[in-house]
Design a binder for this molecule. Sequence first.
Ligand code: PSU
Ligand code: MN
Length: 304
Amino acid sequence: MIDLKFSNEVANARLTNAPVVALESTIITHGMPYPQNIKVAAQVEQDIRDAGAVPATIAVLNGALHIGLEQDQLTALGQAQNVAKLSRADLAACLATGGTGATTVAATMIAAHHAAIKVFATGGIGGVHKGAETSFDISADLHELAATPVTVVAAGSKAILDTAKTLEVLETLGVPVIAYGQDAFPAFWSATSSFDAPLRMDSTAAIARAHATRAALGLPGGQLIANPISKDDEIASETLSPLIAQAQSEADQSGITGKAVTPYLLQRIFELTDGQSLVANIALVRNNARLAANIARDLSQFNL
Ligand code: PSU
Ligand code: MN
């Protein structure tokens, strides 16, 4: 019943069974400022092609679920004002009412799964916010990872979150959290946090095998691949911590709640770091896109 609208290259990939990597669109509309957002979105797509897979940026345009955007659609979305941010709770309502919206990690996973795409690259997932013991602000991304069988490549959870609580919730939900090539769970703009990831893998073949094994076991839910930003591109956590604390206390004082919290914090940190957070954000998203393409290629060897 859902009429998926495939971009030309994704439609071709489906005919030839070529590996496809899903990309979210909230990072374009709510995660990065214009005009860098459009440039980065196109660059990330090209990184995936260069690594031998096909990019599928996902969004809802005028009530249609798009799996892959043409360049003009991507540009229009990146320029549009007041685009809705669609998570699990909002996706069906937006489709049913003919709306336009950008998909978060949770909604992108749902759409990707619907289109039989198994691998998805993003910057950082949503998680448990600092102060969640009173605000109850826990991203729907975590529940989606428990429910929908997509392997998500991210640079850990954003450092604006409570990493310890985020890891606890992921453990409770039975989500495999796999650090790539190191023991430490990465902290988005920084390569390491002070926590080890529960699991570690050093090859994309192992990650693909683990995805296929979960499917064979009939387990619902996906995997979180925590891919550290390269040391050359990272911002030291000592530099960031006070700025994150400042942004958080401003958000609290301004009464920012709900889905506005993450975009607000990202924008304030961009300002407080004189744009350095965006430079790191771009580097880590591209790094994740390349890894996701390699996982998708390995996964295409399996008959899932
Ligand atoms: N990572 C980024 N920038 C972003 C996001 C993640 O680098 O903008 C978005 C993702 O779409 C993620 C969402 O799913 O933030 C989480 O929002 P919330 O905390 O409201 O669930
Ligand atoms: Mn939230």
